[in-house]
Design a protein around this ligand. Structure first.
Ligand code: FAD
Ligand code: SF4
Ligand code: SF4
Length: 462
């Protein structure tokens, strides 16, 4: 069997000095060679592995023939954010995990091929909008412009529905803009894919905080017949240990928003200073922790260490990003749990008191539970701490609109089949419904909700 084709990456020694994209993507020749490895399986299990069900063998078949635009048109039928998904989807647990070749060797690099096609084809509206739809001119509101909201909006716009997205921040994109760093997902690419939505007729109103500057009832009052809520999981979790208020202790949300959305990495060109010391600790083991650690390194920290309470095996971060972090010199200390952040007399962090763990029985997530080892406490010296232990669903809308039923973790409860909430005409999806998850699962829910909204609008016509 032919080896999976590797794409080029920026040299680790160079890339730690800049915020430019790390993975450089396939050349045409490489894309064709990788496409030629695809078996074109009749049952195509890869399609089932993709939450938005892209016809993977069909688009790969077109790459094989060198027909890149046709490949992209096939992808657009199911996904209008391919340049984004090709870069950040956890393919190894989705489409690529389901690929037949994964059982005998390396799966087809579906994500890298999707990225190649998206970067090299032209955005095409032809396959997107149904001009003769019965729903033309009906109005639907989408709250939040992350992947869930964008996908829901694009699916509704295909029916000629007038969609308005209300977004709290000054730019659309959600985590794609404020969380995931430029070196993994260039912001120009995110905006290019969002622009396609605008061309489809979707209106995006930024700087509108639903629940503060406008209410849900006021939105209905403006003639919107249904509402989709995709407000994400933007509420950072903290450790609830002493010392979290010392200077240079950040939540990853705040840190990454300053660096990415407010362009702190371009200071002083952009007026967002981000104070990072020499020895940085990042607490957590997911994508957010990897992104925070790699940003801190690029901002000039001498040493960045990730502290994780379990082992490498249980880390939820994408494998590729963990490997990139190691190549860049990020250090890892496993099986440690912070007990206290220690500060100096000026109020700055000077270390973290930790306790070492061992692994016990699996918990409800199926991962082995960390168990503290008595007497193993020690203080590790750090001058900056970034807490990246998770995010909770944004509480603003459930707080402001009490009719919505919420779950134990603050998520909006929805019917998993339809994404309908307990309130007629209101649907929800993405991280606000599931808790922090992935771009593609948020997109899958946005799509499902759009289908239900279409049915709902049709039922109101009959
Ligand atoms: P979000 O992307 O959070 O978007 C919600 C939007 O709603 C935001 O723009 C917010 O401003 C807006 N909003 C909130 N409240 C209101 C309101 N009241 N009124 C109006 N607007 C409002 N997933 C992956 O698949 N791969 C990765 O590599 C990956 N890396 C990640 C790295 C980081 C740093 C983070 C934080 C997450 C990462 N994720 C990754 C997870 C992924 O980004 C999320 O699961 C996904 O963005 C969720 O999409 P969403 O549309 O539900 O919400
Ligand atoms: Fe795979 Fe994500 Fe592309 Fe679907 S959208 S084919 S899961 S990379
Ligand atoms: Fe190609 Fe793998 Fe899909 Fe088969 S399962 S069609 S080899 S991508």
């Amino acid at each position: 069997m032919k080896e999976r084709i590797k794409d080029k990456k920026q040299d680790p020694k160079e890339r730690v000095k800049n915020f430019k994209e790390v993975a450089l993507g396939y050349t045409l020749q490489q894309a064709i060679e990788e496409a030629e490895r695809c078996l074109q399986c009749k049952k195509a299990p890869c399609i089932k592995g993709c939450p938005v069900e892209i016809n993977i063998p069909a688009f790969i078949g077109k790459i094989k023939e060198g027909k890149i635009q046709e490949a992209l048109d096939i992808i657009y039928e199911k996904n209008i954010l391919p340049a984004i998904c090709g870069r950040v989807c956890p393919q190894e647990t989705q489409c690529e995990k389901a690929c037949t070749l994964a059982r005998v060797g390396k799966p087809i690099a579906i994500g890298k091929l999707e990225r190649f096609v998206a970067d090299n084809g032209k955005q095409n509206l032809r396959c997107s909008v149904d001009k003769n739809s019965k729903l033309s001119g009906r109005k639907v509101a989408v709250i939040g412009s992350g992947p869930a909201g964008l996908t829901c909006a694009s699916e509704l716009a295909r029916y000629g529905i007038e969609v308005t997205i209300f977004e709290a921040l000054h730019v659309p994109g959600g985590v794609l803009m404020y969380g995931i760093p430029e070196f993994r997902l260039p912001k120009e690419i995110v905006q290019k894919e969002i622009n396609l939505l605008k061309k489809m007729g979707v209106e995006i109103k930024t700087d509108v905080i639903v629940g503060r500057t406008i209410t849900i009832d006021e939105i209905f009052g403006q003639g919107y017949e249904a509402i989709f809520i995709g407000t994400g999981a933007g509420l950072p979790s903290f450790l609830d240990i002493p010392g979290e208020n010392f200077l240079r202790v950040y939540s990853a949300n705040e840190f990454l928003t300053r660096v990415n959305l407010m362009k702190g990495y371009l200071f002083p060109e952009y007026d967002t200073p981000v104070s990072v010391g020499e020895k940085v600790a990042v607490i957590g083991g997911g994508n957010v922790a990897m992104d925070s650690a790699r940003c801190a390194l690029r901002l000039g920290a001498k040493e960045v260490t990730v502290l994780y309470r379990r082992t490498e095996k249980e880390m939820p971060a994408r494998k590729e990003e963990y490997e990139n972090a190691i190549e860049e010199g990020i250090k890892f200390i496993f099986l440690v749990q912070p007990l206290e952040i220690v500060g100096d007399e000026h109020g700055y962090v000077k270390g973290i008191k930790v306790i070492h763990n061992t692994l016990g029985e699996p918990d409800e997530s199926g991962r082995r539970r960390p168990v503290p080892i008595e007497g193993s406490e020690e203080i590790l010296p750090f001058d900056t701490v970034i807490i990246a232990i998770g995010q909770k669903p944004s509480p603003l809308i459930p707080m402001a609109y009490k009719k919505l039923k919420t779950g134990r973790k603050g998520n909006i409860e929805v019917d998993p089949e339809t994404c309908a909430t307990n309130v007629e005409g209101i649907y929800a999806g993405g991280d606000i419904a599931t808790g922090a998850a992935t771009v593609i699962s948020a997109m899958g829910m946005g799509k499902k909700a759009a289908k239900s909204i279409v049915k709902y609008l049709l039922s109101r016509t009959e």
